[in-house]
Design a protein around this ligand. Sequence first.
Ligand code: 4NP
Length: 159
Amino acid sequence: MKSFRVMFICTGNICRSPLAHAVFEHLVKLEGLENNIEIESSGTGAWHVGEQADTRMRRTASEHGVRLNHRSRQLQRRDLSDYDLLLTMDLHNYRDTLALCRSEEERDKVAMFRDYDPVGGGDVPDPWFGGMDGFEVVWHIVSRTSTSLLGAMRKKLSA
Ligand code: 4NP
């Protein structure tokens, strides 16, 4: 089986992408694919580098049985060559990530995370300025999209 490297990208790397990182990692381990799929997350901005995920995001994840232990890091230019698939949480992140690309090959690796959402596409809404209900919405989107992403990746790995 081939191995594959996936990077989840949001703005601060303290809410949406660390959640996707942890949820996807959890699913990958449940399927015993941890030696085949490598997972990382990052933010397009540097404001929170080194910080743990937002307390509200950690609380929501933990209520659903998932633990977040990532420290924020900023997306680097070399990530575009190091990773096979770079999935962005919203259109701003998508454009900022594409702006770092230096070839068509790199641009082809960038997509919107919700392209894999079985219910609908578009942005994973930024929960940072809102209330706890926004974090719960993010949880549901990330959780179902991660399941369908893993299905798609399984096919790629065994192709
Ligand atoms: P995230 O949320 O991109 O899901 O981690 C945000 C966190 C912080 C900021 C923006 C979005 N901020 O502007 O500091």
